[in-house]
Design a binder for this molecule. Sequence first.
Ligand code: SF4
Length: 109
Amino acid sequence: MKGLFGFGKKENKPEGNVDKTFLNTKKWLVQYDRKGCIGAGSCEAVNPERWKLLDERKAELKGGELNQQNNMYEVRIGDDELAKMKAAAEGCPKVVIHIINTETGEKII
Ligand code: SF4
C-alpha cells in the first residue's frame, strides 16, 4: 500500500542500475586563489549563489573552505552548478578561479 503523498512508493529500477546522478553531484572541485582577487565582482554578477563581493574588495566563495596545503579556498560542486561556475571563472580578469574534474584530474579552467 502506498502512503500518503507517495511516501513509501518503491522505485522501479533494474538490478545493478546505480543512480549515477547522486555519485556525480560533487564531481567538480573549484579552487579560488583569494590573494590574487582584485574585487572586480564579475563572479558575483554571473553566479551570486556562490560568489559575494566583500567590503574589503575581495570575493568570498560561498561554501568554500581554506585548504591549508595550497592556500586556496575550495568547494566541490555538481554538474548542476558547473555552467554558472564556469562563467564566473571565465569572466574573472585575474584568472583566480579554477575548476578541476575530480574523476579525470583535468583542470578545465
Ligand atoms: S571576478 Fe575574480 S578578481 Fe573579480 S571579484 Fe571575482 S574572483 Fe575576484
